[in-house]
Design a binder for this molecule. Sequence first.
Ligand SMILES: Nc1ncnc2c1ncn2[C@@H]1O[C@H](COP(=O)(O)OP(=O)(O)OP(=O)(O)O)[C@@H](O)[C@H]1O
Ligand SMILES: [Mg+2]
Length: 229
Amino acid sequence: MERVPFGIGELDSLIEGGVPRGGLIIVAGNAGVGKTILSAQFIYNGASQYGEKGLYICMSETGEHFKAGMASLGWDFSKLEEKSMVKIVEFPTMAKIGVEDVVSLIVDEARKFKAERVVVDSVSALNMALSRKSEVRAVVNLLARMLKNLGCTTIMVTENPWGSKGIGLGVEEFVSDGIIIMESVVVGNRLDKRLMILKMRGTNHDTRYYRLHVNKGSGIVLDLYPEIR
Ligand SMILES: Nc1ncnc2c1ncn2[C@@H]1O[C@H](COP(=O)(O)OP(=O)(O)OP(=O)(O)O)[C@@H](O)[C@H]1O
Ligand SMILES: [Mg+2]
């Protein structure tokens, strides 16, 4: 199976070198845990290290805000945009959009740009626009199939409310090829962030918790989490 690496050594080594090419990967986690940073690294490293064009769909913040945040970590997305290696698209804020609008907007951008990597940050934002769970499932399903047809490897970010069980809207997990869980947990008097590979089809993946740090320059850094008793 062909692999698409994050370019984050510790993470790639947990999943046989990368996510399956053409797959749909869900990155699910609590607020502020680092979902955007992880997804941005997938696009940034993809373009700068692997020569793969990346499309980043911003649904929960503006493109400028996203780029400013990434610049503070040392990643110049504007430069990659100028080189046409990355495209950042802000999702229009519409009161009510249909399933077809969401899908065609994203798929059209991916096709026009010839994107090899796509991030949708986040699909939870769709929840506001789409009224029924079945619609979200339809969007996730349709997007996954159409982007796969285009040869894209896709990350969909899902927001998990603090303390909630389950993943996002509860529909994305079954249509995905892989799920990466990111959690914020209180241990004693501090907030710990940790990551686990919950599922990665066709992959003999690691099944342990890893402590997650965010460092300027290197971004997401992982080390094995102490045994929990
Ligand atoms: N320069 C930095 N140095 C160290 N840690 C940072 C830095 N910038 C951000 N962080 C950490 O990264 C977190 C934000 O990461 P990110 O935006 O990826 O989270 P998120 O999961 O996408 O959040 P949200 O749910 O709000 O979208 C901050 O809460 C902070 O802990
Ligand atoms: Mg975010």
